[in-house]
Write a protein that binds this ligand. Sequence first.
Ligand SMILES: [Zn+2]
Length: 125
Amino acid sequence: MDAKELQTTIQRAVTLLRSALEKLDGTQPSLSKDRESLIKAKVCLACNLPLGDKKVVRGCHEYCHKKIISRIRSGERTENDFISAGLLAPESPSGRKQLKNPLNDYLNTVESGVADKRKLKKPND
Ligand SMILES: [Zn+2]
């Protein structure tokens, strides 16, 4: 491995560590207004082509998103670098919000009640 290769390897390792720190930190930059307007106009942030009716991932075609992810995994850039450059939308909070309502409270109570009964019925205990 020559000096140039070694330098590239170290730089990628540093970028991967920066990526890991960004993940732990959990903060992501936001998109500028003009990049946000691209999403509303259904244009891919990465390639600037219409999104059409294909699957859209974080403001990009699925294919473009995969290309970005592979660049992040190779240590070329961090996720936040791509977001700052306006090429990737920030992550939206994942999962459906658990609604606080009486039905969920009741179901959770019943569920734990069933679990307790099962414990009691174990023949080996
Ligand atoms: Zn695209």
